[in-house]
Design a protein around this ligand. Sequence first.
Ligand code: SAM
Length: 207
Amino acid sequence: MEQYAAEDDPLATAREVGRRADSAPISAAGGAALRFLAAAIGARSVVEIGTGCGSSGIWLLRGMRPDAILTSVDIDPEYQELARDAYRRAGFAANRTRLIQGRALDVLPRLTDGAYDLVFADAVKTEYPDYLTEALRLLRPGGIAVFNNALDAAPLSDGPLSVPGPGTAAIREVGRLVREDDRLVPLLLPVGEGLLAAIREDASPGR
Ligand SMILES: C[S@@+](CC[C@H](N)C(=O)[O-])C[C@H]1O[C@@H](n2cnc3c(N)ncnc32)[C@H](O)[C@@H]1O
């Protein structure tokens, strides 16, 4: 499964740059799932939380419509410069991306309510429940929130390593919040690092 999605030169280069910079680029399988989801809903407007060195952004842009804009937030301006290079190498014009430098929880409240088709979260795990709150405000009805590293919520053994850290506890919490929210259609995809996805349902009468 992990090898099915192949990375071409721009993606392989972005991964290598990200690996050297220690920015934990998304796996090819996870990226392919992001591309699929963006394409399935014809995404025109996407928010990414955690630009890194551009790997997930390239996957998202490849699924989005040709005129779509990726808004990507990261606290680290150097990562964002590397991401800008990665998007350019992948053939995307500069006006297809809006890179905003800052803390996610400072930047997200400034973005417009209901204006986005997809929100992808891949930054601070302990902030995932807050990202969910922001995503539900940012998404249009029918839009999708996606959280990376969802499999970190599942301990692989009963040994000492299975004691949940704060990141693990937050990922479990966001999983519970998504599952128990009647406004959301949840899906846990066991690809890559694990993607927790949720469609924000249309709340119009008659549904
Ligand atoms: C796992 S990496 C993102 C990888 C990227 N999505 C990719 O596939 O290449 C997490 C990113 O979150 C950023 N980050 C850390 N704390 C942050 C914060 N408070 N607000 C926004 N971004 C933050 C880091 O600088 C890092 O680039």
